[in-house]
Design a protein around this ligand. Structure first.
Ligand SMILES: [Zn+2]
Length: 106
């Protein structure tokens, strides 16, 4: 019997990882056997382990470090944030004093 082999299935990417990020946010299908991790720029071969290969990669320290940096930024962009009022334009007050003409009266 040939060893069991898996194919990459599109619905995998609709799942969400532990951090609530959809997998589609950080990995994409390359072909029927491989997934590309966008965060680490690495290929994940799924033919022998299927989805487990992705979760294993997700739990690797390399991926966690990359994801902590890159995905948090993404999330900031995605989640609605209160925009502070601080963007109001402050007119630059010129503190230049008018030139005092020192008139020496003789
Ligand atoms: Zn990764």
């Amino acid at each position: 019997m040939p060893p069991k082999s898996y194919k990459v299935i599109d619905t995998w990417f609709k799942k969400k990882d532990k951090n609530g990020h959809p997998y589609s946010e950080w990995c994409k299908k390359l072909n029927d056997e491989e997934i590309q991790c966008i965060v680490c720029n690495k290929k994940i071969a799924c033919i022998s382990k299927g989805w487990q290969a992705v979760t294993q990669h997700e739990n690797s320290s390399v991926h966690k470090e990359e994801a902590a940096v890159k995905l948090s930024k993404t999330q900031l962009l995605v989640s609605p944030r209160n925009i502070g009022v601080s963007c109001g334009i402050q007119s630059a007050v010129s503190l230049q004093e008018p030139k005092k003409s020192t008139v020496l009266d003789a």
